[in-house]
Write a protein that binds this ligand. Structure first.
Ligand SMILES: O=C(O)CCC(=O)C(=O)O
Ligand SMILES: [Fe+2]
Length: 331
């Protein structure tokens, strides 16, 4: 596998991943005992770093490969073609984002990545769009890539069902009914984000890297990676970074800030970053499952230890996202 040949990181991270691999096929079982067994593995990973690999998800490997291939084709378009679908043309944060457009780590140089955002496609006459709701609107599609839209839409449908299933597993792992997060999952805001990381520049400025250290903002993230390592996860105990090296066909799943807020940090939303030391172009595709924008995220009482009080005020998904966009895009 590619990560076996990875050059030592200039940032001295250990290369061997220690993140658990969880087969979630049992979450689809008719047996509650089996679903509970899987959820216990999820719960353990959530209390540790909130980062784990998922296999048994049911997404066809061929579709995953098409998504990576289509992403590579898109990013290889000439700059003038990419500008035709630039994010600045969208009312809903969709479309192409050039290199060094976002600063995910406050104080660090801008991220050495280019991206393309896809969300739920809502036409201009959709009531949510007419009402001016946050992040709602039509996607932007590149005109001359005939298979692009179809591939991404098929992939979004697959991941939506995996994300819902995982939310049920998370609920069960907390001793809650599996449908506890059903309202959050209703008409959930989701973002498919195609990313391209050029090789880490040999002349990188101090702190310059693919993607600055950050936590994810939403509920769950399901990350598809090509064969090039780059993702690193903060390990609080060892006070260093560990690799989340690619495992073929698996997702790296991590919890975002909303689950940390719900659980008063019992379940972790952990810092991570990307340093593309592979020497190759790296493509990755995170899928952010962020929930219904009107949903209010309040601490789940059952997550509080005796005498503990909630650390975070109640916030809507929408307000939380607006804050995070403002912070990282200097809006
Ligand atoms: O590209 C990756 O491996 C991770 C990207 C990421 O963390 C993000 O976009 O939030
Ligand atoms: Fe992230």
């Amino acid at each position: 596998m590619a990560h076996a040949q990875l050059a030592p990181s200039p940032l001295e991270a250990s290369q061997a991943t220690t993140l658990p691999v969880i087969d979630i096929s049992g979450l689809r079982s008719a047996s509650l005992i089996e679903r509970t067994r899987v959820s216990q593995q999820i719960g353990q990973a959530c209390r540790d770093k909130g980062f784990f690999y998922v296999i048994g998800h049911g997404v066809p490997a061929a579709l995953q490969q098409q998504v990576i291939d289509q992403a590579a084709t898109l990013f290889a378009l000439p700059p003038e073609e990419k500008r035709k679908v630039d994010k600045s043309l969208s009312m809903a944060n969709r479309g192409y984002e050039p290199l060094r457009n976002q600063v995910l780590e406050a104080g660090a140089p801008p991220d050495v990545k280019e991206g393309f955002y896809i969300g739920q496609d809502k036409p201009l006459d959709h009531p949510d769009v007419l009402a001016g709701k946050f992040n709602q609107g039509p996607n932007l599609w590149p005109a001359d890539l005939p298979e692009f839209r179809q591939t991404m839409e098929a992939y979004q449908r697959e991941l939506e069902s995996v994300a819902r299933l995982l939310m049920q597993g998370v609920a069960l792992s907390l001793g809650l009914p599996e449908q506890h997060f059903a309202a959050f999952c209703e008409d959930a805001m989701t973002t498919l984000r195609l990313l391209h990381y050029p090789p880490q520049p040999t002349t990188a400025a101090p702190g310059e890297k693919g993607c600055g250290a950050h936590t994810d903002w939403g509920g769950l993230t399901l990350l598809l990676q090509d064969e090039n390592a780059g993702l690193q996860v903060w390990d609080q105990e060892r006070n260093g970074w560990i690799w989340a090296t690619p495992v073929p066909e698996a997702y790296v799943v991590n919890l975002g800030d909303l689950i940390a807020r719900w659980t008063n940090d019992l379940y972790k939303s952990t810092l991570h970053r990307v340093v593309n030391v592979s020497g190759n172009e790296r493509y990755s595709v995170p899928y952010f499952y962020s929930g219904n924008i009107a949903h209010e995220i309040a601490c789940i009482q059952a997550c509080l230890a005796p005498g503990e009080s909630p650390k975070y005020p109640v916030i809507s998904v929408e307000d939380h996202y607006k804050n995070m966009f403002r912070k990282t895009y200097s809006m």
